[in-house]
Design a protein around this ligand. Structure first.
Ligand SMILES: Cc1cc2nc3c(=O)[nH]c(=O)nc-3n(C[C@H](O)[C@H](O)[C@H](O)COP(=O)(O)O)c2cc1C
Length: 212
């Protein structure tokens, strides 16, 4: 069912909170598998340090690659040399994901803790990365490095045959977010709706309506 229709249907039931957790995770699972789903890409915020070593937020778009409905975790792929990995590995593992669907005005905010994986799960994820997407891991110079010149730097080294693309594996990482808090806001024509879902230790799940 389309995202808005699914939320509208749930809200028309007697006890919508009972089905909210399942619907949110169903929608995230769809986001990770259906290319044009509104949750196919999200905005990921990490905590960076500015030039004065002060904490400051840093946001960027990433592709939602995998969703574990049971474990309440979501994954994206990235380059180990990227700033976000350095931020996550410097003791700043708190992250926030934001998904927004402009035409229905549904916003989903997920807070959690991220881990950078380079294990057999990362190996398996790498095997699913297409040749075109592997180009993101094949730059000789690290991402974000400043480059002098009047034109953008060449990226020809990234367009290689499948066998050579294997060298990208050393730069590839799987980043998993353990979701701890969901904040859903739906600017519905019939009245705005907002709810939170908190996942505690020992598998507790607390659902609550919030003032929108
Ligand atoms: C549509 C879109 C999808 C993107 N997906 C990813 C992704 O899945 N992983 C990733 O590391 N960067 C992705 N990027 C690039 C990031 O937004 C960002 O520019 C890059 O990762 C550098 O971020 P950082 O310097 O904060 O680490 C994507 C960008 C766009 C526009």
């Amino acid at each position: 069912m389309e995202l808005q229709a699914a939320f509208d249907h749930l809200l028309s039931t007697e006890t919508p909170l009972d089905g909210l957790d399942a619907l949110v995770w169903h929608s995230l699972a769809a986001g990770a598998t259906v290319g044009k789903h509104p949750w196919a890409t999200g905005c990921l915020t990490t905590i960076a340090k500015n030039v004065d070593e002060q904490s400051c937020p840093s946001s960027r778009t990433v592709v939602l690659r995998r969703c574990d409905v049971e474990a309440h975790s979501i994954d994206f792929h990235t380059d180990v040399r990227s700033s976000k990995v350095q931020e996550l590995e410097c003791g700043q593992a708190a992250v926030c994901w934001l998904f927004y669907h402009p035409s229905t005005k549904i916003q989903l905010r997920l807070q959690g803790t991220a881990s950078v994986l380079n294990d057999r799960q990362a190996d398996a994820a790498w095997e699913t990365v297409s040749l075109l997407s592997r180009s993101a891991y094949l730059s000789f110079e690290p991402p974000s490095k400043a480059v002098a010149g009047s034109q953008p730097p060449s990226t020809t080294e990234r367009f290689v045959e499948l066998a050579e693309s294997e060298r990208g594996r050393e730069n590839f990482r799987l980043v998993r977010t353990q979701v701890e808090l969901v904040d859903l806001l739906y600017l519905r024509q019939g009245g705005h709706v907002r709810a939170s879902i908190a996942y505690g230790k020992k598998s507790s799940v607390e659902l609550s309506w919030l003032v929108p």
